[in-house]
Design a protein. Structure first.
Length: 131
C-alpha cells in the first residue's frame, strides 16, 4: 500500500502547541530550559522557550552539561519509533514532549499534541514552500 503523506498545517501546529502549553501549565511543571532536538524540535522549542521565558538549548553538549541540575523539557516534532528519545542519556530526568506521536511508537512522551497512523508520513508546513 505504501506510506501516505499528510501535510501538518500551521493551523494544526497552533492547535497542538496550544494544547501542549496548556498541559504543561495544568500539570504545574517547572521548566528551567527547553532542549529542542535538532532539527525537528527546534521550531516548537523556540516557540515554547518564548512562551515560558526560559533558555533554549540547541545542542546535545549543552543539554548534557545541565540535565542533572535543571529541569529540562525535551521536545521533538514526532515520536515515530521513539528511537530518538531512547538514545538520549538521562531522558528519565526530563519532561518529554512531541507535537505528534505515531500509534506504534516505543516511546510515549509525557505530553504530545496529536496521534497519527504509523503508515502516514507527516510533512510539516515548515518543510515545504506552500505549507
Amino acid at each position: 500500500m505504501g506510506i501516505k503523506k499528510r501535510l501538518y498545517s500551521w493551523k494544526q501546529y497552533n492547535t497542538d502547541i496550544e494544547k501542549i502549553y496548556n498541559q504543561i501549565k495544568l500539570k504545574g511543571l517547572k521548566v528551567d530550559a527547553i532542549y529542542g532536538i535538532p532539527k525537528g524540535g527546534l521550531i516548537a522549542g523556540v516557540h515554547l522557550a518564548n512562551l515560558f521565558d526560559v533558555p533554549l538549548i540547541t545542542n546535545y553538549k549543552d543539554f548534557s552539561r545541565v540535565v542533572k541540575s535543571e529541569k529540562i523539557l525535551v521536545i521533538d516534532d514526532v515520536s515515530d519509533t521513539g528511537s530518538t528519545f531512547l538514545k538520549i542519556k538521562d531522558i528519565d530526568k526530563c519532561y518529554t514532549v512531541t507535537l505528534c506521536i505515531k500509534y506504534k511508537t516505543n516511546f510515549i512522551p509525557d505530553i504530545y499534541g496529536s496521534k497519527h497512523p504509523q503508515d502516514e508520513w507527516i510533512e510539516y508546513s515548515w518543510e515545504c514552500l506552500n505549507g
